[in-house]
Write a protein that binds this ligand. Structure first.
Ligand code: ADP
Length: 450
């Protein structure tokens, strides 16, 4: 059974049960309600009529009396019991019941129940008179019963209407869910990850669910595309060295080549082998970090000293015309993974020179404020264009791969690794660059709030 049918059935059932209980209750109290309301009505009509009794020139005036009002019949008697107004037929019917001021008398005649109420109207100048009110309880009960019958006849129609209404409202409210199910099924059965639920505007829970699913689908699509791109990049990166190795082997296994050629070929094979080894190591590190296997060993490290040591080592590798400047505030300690941070810094300095121009310089700065430690690596190199700046942290992304043709070490993985290590330190990395003028990478590591 569908959800909307369940909701409609539940509502209809519940309303039916409530109405049934209500009717039972009303039925059980109806007799006493009829009795009380009859008595009230009787008293009210008689009191009103009593106010209308007048004597004009010593003569009793009964013109303003309502002898029949709201099911109540009024009879007027002298204090001796003679009928002065009202139908004699009724007077005869109830004549055996004496007039008693302010009292109700319940009478049953030929299966009809009546209530009598008598009221003495006193007059100083004239003789007192009695008013007798008579109401048929059976008549009142019949009116109530008619009302019950009417309710019973019309009720199924209203219950049906309530059920139908619930069904339509449930159907309308649940329509977006069908769309969510349809989209999720389409995505899981087909290859098209670009489908979205797009429920449009709306703030209810179902719209929020739709939006959450759309965000999830976007992230899944992005992750899927990245994965696909990554696999294709890895295959591409591995294909080149494997092709070179196979080609060198083919050439040199012929026997025509001399020993010098063979040594050259072996060197080439060794270079390609090293490149593949580096790639595999990098991929292994990425996957260890991604899966959480590789964990940081953070401990308080003298960051200032670390920067000085790495820069000293890097200075030994400088070529002519290159300059490495260090501006590190003293005694900055921070919780770091020593080895990882060396990789970060070396990578950024390496890049600074690798993508430098003639007479290139790289400036490393380390400073701190109350909230964070800030490391920046700035160069006066070739810079990065605005279009590329967002992509340089993607794995295998290289702005100009031809620049690295002669260098086996550059595979577009360095910055991606740097970003991951910074992220593992709960830090962030930003880059500012002007094409042709230089680049500045800034790493911000938050301090622990104690
Ligand atoms: P690669 O191995 O290619 O250096 P990276 O991930 O370290 O890979 O860098 C990605 C790309 O970002 C590089 O190919 C280069 O185009 C660009 N890049 C990185 N650092 C700099 C820099 N300091 N100046 C200019 N371009 C840079």
């Amino acid at each position: 059974m569908t959800l909307k049918a369940k909701i409609a059935l539940w509502n209809t059932g519940l309303i039916s049960v409530i109405v049934f209980i209500l009717l039972l209750f009303m039925n059980s109290i109806s007799d006493s309600v009829v009795d009380t309301s009859s008595k009230n009505q009787l008293k009210y009509v008689l009191e009103e009529n009593a106010d209308e009794v007048e004597w004009e020139n010593g003569k009793l005036e009964l013109d303003d009396i309502d002898f029949y009002e709201n099911h109540v019949t009024t009879l007027v008697y002298s204090d001796k019991g003679f009928l002065l107004g009202g139908t004699s037929e009724l007077q005869e019917k109830f004549e055996e019941y004496p007039l008693k001021h302010g009292e109700y008398t319940v009478v049953s005649l030929s299966n009809v129940n009546y209530i009598l109420y008598d009221l003495l109207v006193e007059s100083r100048k004239h003789e007192d008179i009695f008013l007798r009110g008579i109401v048929s309880v059976t008549e009142m009960s019949e009116t109530v019963n008619l009302l019950f019958l009417l309710t019973f006849v019309t009720l199924p129609f209203f219950i049906l209407l309530a059920g139908l209404g619930s069904y339509v409202i449930a159907q309308k409210s649940l329509k977006p869910i069908s769309k969510i199910i349809q989209t999720a099924q389409d995505i899981s059965h087909g290859d098209d990850l670009s489908q979205r639920i797009s429920l449009g505007k709306g703030k209810d829970e179902i719209h929020q669910l739709g939006e959450t699913f759309d965000v999830m689908f976007s992230r899944l699509e992005q992750a899927f595309l990245t994965e696909k791109q990554f696999t294709s990049d890895v295959s591409h990166e591995l294909r080149t060295p494997v092709s070179v190795i196979l080609a060198e082997c083919d050439c040199n296994l012929d026997g025509d080549t001399d020993i010098v050629e063979k040594i050259k070929a072996l060197e080439s094979i060794q270079r390609q082998g090293k490149k593949m080894q580096m790639l595999i190591t990098a991929l292994l590190n990425f996957s260890r970090i991604d899966s959480g296997v590789m964990k940081l060993h953070q401990e308080p490290v003298d960051f200032s000293e670390l920067v000085l040591i790495v820069c000293e080592e890097q200075k030994c590798l400088l070529l002519e015309g290159q300059d490495l400047q260090v501006l590190a505030e003293e005694n900055i300690t921070h919780d770091l993974d020593y080895g990882m941070m060396i990789r970060v810094l070396s990578n950024l300095i390496d890049n600074g020179f690798h993508y430098g121009k003639e007479n290139s310089w790289v400036k490393v700065t380390l400073q701190q404020n109350e909230r964070s430690v800030i490391l920046s690596v700035e160069d006066n190199g070739i810079g990065i264009g605005a279009d590329d700046i967002q992509k340089i942290f993607h794995r295998f992304y290289q702005v100009d791969s031809s620049r690295n043709k002669d260098k086996g070490n550059n595979m577009g993985l360095g910055l991606s690794m740097v970003e991951q290590i910074v992220r593992l330190h709960q830090g962030s990395i930003t880059v500012d660059s002007i094409l042709g003028e230089g680049t500045c990478f800034t790493i911000t590591l938050p301090k622990k709030i104690s």
